[in-house]
Design a protein around this ligand. Structure first.
Ligand SMILES: NC(=O)C1=CN([C@@H]2O[C@H](COP(=O)(O)OP(=O)(O)OC[C@H]3O[C@@H](n4cnc5c(N)ncnc54)[C@H](OP(=O)(O)O)[C@@H]3O)[C@@H](O)[C@H]2O)C=CC1
Ligand SMILES: O=C(O)CCCC(=O)O
Length: 487
């Protein structure tokens, strides 16, 4: 069992989840263990809950929402601001919990806590700006109004790659709008979610407004989807599970936000600043060991600069430090589990079998476990698995291209449409390419695009809806049109 040194040990919740304002075990008394992916050592146990507990949480959320929605926006905003302040006060402990269960380097974990908290601060401010409309009426005795009201009881199902930020990005707009939310975190990373719940309680967020349920994903997901009381579900994770949840939500016509897989193109044109492009590629590709849905998945490099870029990238990749995220100087942690490792290995083997050249890495790291060497592959064929599927690992496959039209066609040749990136210094090309890419987000001369003030989301089969920005709160609001006559 791992001993996690914390300044505030109460943040590490063991054996209990937060339902209806009480920290409780599963009805069955069953638990499951959470492990440190860097060492395989157990950190804690959490309850294995299922359908019955989910139904209880939904009932509590419905009761709580009746009160929560009647608070003034200013009051909800104040409590969210307190939650934000508590998260930042405990940033170091929260980062340590995050690194322990997820594996990312501690510096990245600290960054995720600040990033996650920023959504709470932002939506605390937006809570006060949910404006309606008065529409000029077509008849003189009419007054036409638009009200925006909270959608009601909402739920979130979240992944392991951002155990904190993917929760706050959903819960903050929900609570700001006057909704309640039940969160089901990934089984690998429930401890960060439970720590957020501890601080939500301390911030004065009432019982039933923010609940965290741990346990059986299928049972909990099915109970959420089947419930007519839950009017909105927000999910971040694989496209495959997104499809299941969308199907299961059909019977109750639930409003959905889906943030699913990506297959990000990262294009380096021959007029690019190559050093900036290399730094962008490092940030986008190797962040979180390549385990983000916005990671560059396919790097397209123009013929004239291909070999120089490949060499510069390999030199920079050689500086990455692989290891336990708690060790100073480490920049790449382990992959989340054996299945993730197997996927990375299969993508690399397939690319090489189809003619790719190994520039660096290409195998498991000597540290063992699920550590994998940061890898660069050159002259990868578009027939390779890496072209069609996200690798979710530290592998940069470089594809050679000649013309703008060719690379735009290659970049758009996927059912996904989340993030995309390109590097160029030609203003005409920048506009043309930014407009031609079929993606929800485009980074121009940068590998990092995420922040709380911008709308994050995808087109095509990468999902539905937007998170963050002033658009993010609309996902949790219903529009009500009021027509007044006889005035
Ligand atoms: N868009 C993104 O940010 C992410 C994309 N992915 C992609 O998905 C691949 C697989 O990762 P994986 O962790 O399996 O992602 P999943 O989509 O399986 O997991 C995401 C969340 O969905 C839950 N879940 C899984 N199955 C169901 C279900 N039938 N009903 C309701 N909830 C469910 C999981 O719970 P539990 O953990 O308890 O099973 C978890 O909370 C990755 O390799 C990557 O390509 C993964 C994570 C994030
Ligand atoms: O991988 C994801 O699910 C997206 C989170 C990363 C980000 O917000 O940049």
């Amino acid at each position: 069992m791992m001993t996690l040194e914390l300044n505030y040990p109460a943040l590490l919740k063991q054996n209990a989840a937060l339902l209806a304002g009480s920290w409780v075990a599963a009805d069955s008394g069953e638990y499951f263990a959470v492990y440190n992916p860097a060492t395989g050592v157990m950190i804690a146990q959490v309850p294995r809950m299922g359908r019955v507990e989910t139904e209880r949480a939904i009932a509590a959320a419905a009761v709580a929402q009746k009160q929560w929605r009647t608070l003034t926006a200013k009051d909800r905003s104040a409590r969210l601001k307190t939650w934000f302040a508590l998260i930042m006060q405990h940033q170091e402990d929260l980062a340590r919990i995050l690194t322990a269960e997820q594996g990312k380097p501690l510096a990245e974990a600290r960054g995720e806590i600040a990033y996650g908290a920023s959504f709470i601060e932002w939506f605390a401010e937006e809570a006060k700006r949910v404006y309606g409309e008065v529409i000029p009426a077509p008849l003189g005795d009419r007054r036409l109004l638009v009200l925006k009201q909270p959608i009601g009881v909402t739920a979130a199902i979240t992944p392991w790659n951002f155990p904190t930020a993917m929760i706050t990005r959903k819960a903050a707009p929900a609570l700001a709008a006057g909704c309640t939310m039940i969160v089901k975190p990934a089984e690998q990373t429930p401890l960060s979610a439970l720590a957020l719940a501890v601080l939500a309680e301390e911030a004065g967020i009432p019982a039933g407004v923010f609940q965290v349920i741990t346990g059986d994903a299928r049972e909990i997901g099915a109970a959420i989807c089947a419930s007519p009381v839950v009017t909105k579900l927000s999910f971040t994770g694989s496209t495959e599970v997104g499809r299941i949840l969308m199907r299961q939500s059909a019977d109750t016509i639930k409003k959905l936000s889906l943030e699913l897989g990506g297959n990000a193109p990262f294009i380096v044109f021959d007029d690019a600043d190559l050093d900036a492009a290399v730094e962008g590629a490092i940030a986008s590709k190797y962040r979180n060991a390549g385990q983000t849905c916005v990671c560059a998945n396919r790097l397209f490099v123009q013929d004239g600069v291909f070999d120089t870029f490949a060499q510069k990238l390999a030199d920079r990749v050689a500086q990455l430090q692989v290891g336990d995220g708690f060790v100073d100087g480490v920049t790449q942690g382990p992959l989340i589990d054996d299945a993730a490792l197997a996927k990375v290995e299969s993508h690399v083997a397939d690319a090489i079998a189809k003619g790719a050249r190994l520039v660096s890495g290409g195998k498991r790291h000597s540290l063992g476990g699920t550590f994998y060497e940061p890898t660069v592959l050159a002259d990868v064929s578009p027939d390779s698995l890496v072209f069609g599927e996200e690798t979710f690992g530290p592998v940069a496959p470089l594809f050679r291209f000649k013309t703008d039209d060719e690379v735009i066609e290659l970049a758009n040749r996927t059912e996904f449409g989340l993030a995309s990136y390109f590097f160029s210094r030609d203003i005409g090309r920048i506009w043309r390419v930014a407009e031609a890419l079929e993606y929800g987000m485009v980074g121009v001369n940068t590998g990092i695009i995420s922040n709380e003030v911008a709308p994050f989301g995808g087109v095509k089969q990468s999902g539905l809806g937007r998170e963050g920005s002033h658009h993010g709160i609309d996902e949790y609001l219903e529009i009500k049109y009021v027509a007044m006559a006889g005035l």
